[in-house]
Design a binder for this molecule. Structure first.
Ligand SMILES: [Zn+2]
Length: 186
């Protein structure tokens, strides 16, 4: 799936470009390690997030379901640096619900690609909305971007919060969801 030797050559060139010796002991395995890492952090390209979400089961309609604190790690497409945090998925079901492990699996499939936090948030919301035929969906993602914290622009621990809403959720329901898992929570 991934052209490992191409990545290995590129990493070797980066090491040379920054004035390092790619043949010194500590670095000699680095290109191969980075190639294997890229295989893992981009594994989501070959997977379909809608597949785990198709494993729905019947439940009473009109019910608000909130699955909080789904941990993920993704890769920022602007800097190829990790961003990681938690996704919270809330939906009002129209008679179909899906297990937490399937939601977590869908989050992981979108996360294991080069991403923008905003786009990942919208993709999760769209897929849950469409596969569950939910009345409404709200997804909140809070993440720390190492491209910001590692370069000293922002302090370590700074969180970026993104939200996406699909379908119809009343203002009251949205406020309820935000209260359960949104900003301001300790
Ligand atoms: Zn970035």
């Amino acid at each position: 799936m991934v052209d490992r030797s191409k990545i290995e050559n590129a990493v070797r060139q980066i090491l040379e470009a920054i004035g390092e010796d790619p043949d010194r002991e500590g670095l000699v395995e680095t290109p191969a390690r980075v190639a294997r890492m890229y295989e893992e952090i981009t594994a989501g390209y070959s997977q379909e997030a809608r597949e785990p979400l198709s494993r729905v089961f019947d439940a009473e309609g009109g019910r608000l379901v909130v699955e909080r604190d789904i941990a993920f790690s993704s890769t920022c497409e602007h800097h190829l640096m990790p961003f990681f945090g938690k996704a919270h998925i809330a939906y009002v079901s129209d008679g179909k619900v899906v297990g937490l492990s399937k939601l977590a699996r869908a989050v992981d499939i979108y996360a294991k690609r080069l991403q923008l936090q905003e786009r990942m948030t919208a993709q999760i919301a769209d897929s849950v909305f469409e596969e569950l035929h939910a009345e409404g969906v709200m997804v909140i993602v809070e993440a720390e971007h190492t491209c910001m914290t590692a370069r000293g622009v922002k302090k370590v621990g700074t969180k970026t919060v993104t939200t996406a809403v699909c379908g119809s959720l009343s203002a009251e329901t949205q406020a309820q969801i935000l209260c359960l898992c949104g900003e301001g929570r300790a």
